[in-house]
Design a protein around this ligand. Structure first.
Ligand code: FE2
Ligand code: FE2
Length: 286
């Protein structure tokens, strides 16, 4: 069993300090095996914002938590054109991590982050051939019983949660990326960017997607709320690659609370979702 906290779009610079503090307290108390932050660590890629994001990550690590991040489109400077074109991720690399394909592995899970943010795509994302190769090669070496988890900022799939809920927002070269995901045997594809929570079997979106369950996180700590969703993050209890629970941990204006909890099982080529009651899912405090 592995416990993964999936946060996204923390947007330092457009954050709510109370929610930031509460998220830290929640993570320190519930102690996931890994904290994933799927991009948009800052609001405008400013030095001060990166420093605040780095301090947040440092506090989580100082509490003994493992953290894996990927950059989002907001982590590339928007208005400073020279910096945007020639050194788009310099500040991310300097303040957050040099590693744009981060890896985490324990006895249960193997987690790979892939950067989809680009200088020329202002809000959209892309993935290139060598990244698809990395996805296949890294996961090929993983023992078969482990759950293989891919993290990107932009979803690889067109999802019905974009602007106006029209289907959209997939990365460039989406079809090739999804095929690579299927060949790599990815079980979980975690992403953000839309500030909306969502989960669906990838095979219902694209035939070539294989086994994956697509999981989107809302914004964990920012004030950039969409569709009346409050701040939230996902809590994943991964028992096996065909058996997991997903629970949304949502801010209620005062504290983070256990929200909807769904048990997913994969059998005979399909994910089955079974809603469970909320509070009972709470993992025991330390
Ligand atoms: Fe965002
Ligand atoms: Fe984004």
């Amino acid at each position: 069993m592995a416990l993964i906290a999936h946060l996204s779009d923390v947007h330092f610079g457009a954050h709510d300090p109370r929610v930031v503090e509460a998220s830290e307290a929640w993570l320190r108390r519930h102690r996931p095996d890994l904290v994933v932050i799927s991009g948009d660590l800052t609001q405008r890629a400013r030095v001060r914002q990166f420093r605040e994001a780095a301090a947040y990550l440092e506090r989580l690590r100082a509490a003994g938590l493992a953290v894996l991040t990927v950059p989002g489109n907001h982590d590339v400077p928007l208005y400073d054109v020279a910096r945007r074109l020639f050194t788009p991720l310099r500040r991310y690399r300097r303040y957050i991590t040099h590693d744009l394909s981060p890896w985490f592995e324990n006895d249960e899970v193997a987690v790979l982050g892939i950067n989809t943010s680009r200088a020329l795509a202002v809000t959209g994302g892309r993935i290139n051939r060598s990244q698809m190769q990395i996805i296949e090669e890294r996961f090929r070496a993983v023992e078969s019983q482990k759950t293989r988890i891919l993290v990107t900022h932009h979803p690889l799939f067109a999802l019905p949660i974009g602007k106006g809920d029209a289907l959209g927002g997939a990365v460039g070269r989406s079809e090739d990326a999804v095929a690579a995901l299927g060949r790599a045997g990815v079980h979980l594809a975690l992403a953000g960017h839309f500030h909306r929570t969502y989960a669906e079997a990838a095979s219902r979106m694209m035939e070539t997607a294989g086994h994956a369950l697509v999981v989107q996180a809302g914004t964990a700590t920012s004030t950039r709320l969409r569709a009346e969703e409050r701040q939230s993050f996902n809590w994943l209890d991964v028992r096996r690659h065909n058996d997991l629970e997903l629970q949304v941990i949502a801010w209620d204006g005062h504290e983070f609370r256990h929200g909807n909890r769904v048990h997913y099982t994969y059998a005979e080529g399909a994910w089955q979702a079974r809603p469970l009651r909320g509070e009972a899912a709470a993992p025991p405090p330390e």
